[in-house]
Write a protein that binds this ligand. Sequence first.
Ligand SMILES: NC(=O)CC[C@H](N)C(=O)O
Length: 229
Amino acid sequence: MVVTLSQQNEKLCVGVLALQGAFIEHVHILKRLPEVAEAILVRTQEQLESVDALIIPGGESTAMALIAERCGLFEPLRKFTRSKPTWGTCAGMILLANEASKTKKGGQQLLGGLDIAVNRNQFGSQVDSFETDLHMSAVLGESAPPFHAVFIRAPIVTALNSEDVQVLAKLEHQVGQTDTETIVAVRQGHLMATAFHPELTPDDRLHSYFVRLAQDYKGKSQDVVTMAN
Ligand SMILES: NC(=O)CC[C@H](N)C(=O)O
């Protein structure tokens, strides 16, 4: 069987994990994108299994992990993130990291998958939230206008533990004690993570990038299935 172009560019069903945090804003942006057939809230294993790609929103990573455990979604989520396109924003970035700085109470449950270490709450508490422009040329193109990024109790990436991790954005100005050049967005294959909240600005370029990444990924996995047939 030959994979046609229309199959490769198939519209996607994209899920947003809706256990806690800033999920609805992602759905509003996704619904505007031509590549998205459906944008749904994910609260059950059945819903998770029905989506082609997933966004794990900002919120509180410890709470999100606890709720996921309690509703039996933690292991299905871990399984999903091993093979399907997933984008973690802020708390979502923390959950996708293989290592996170410890809380006062000790370690926390992580989904993992991204070969990075993160430091939670790098910039302090809610009152230390800030906004800054990021020139994400790998995502947006060399001469594109910067992305206006909103950071709320954000993490940063403190270590890249694989050559497969691509840096998508670094801080361009020093913020408090945090140096310029600090990594705030990465991609590793089908996984992507941003330390900031891209759903809080009207700019949909990062959602577009993620959805196209997911489309490419779906096209390629169809190719593999086809070749195996
Ligand atoms: N805006 C956010 O998602 C904050 C993340 C939060 N500080 C955490 O540790 O999970």
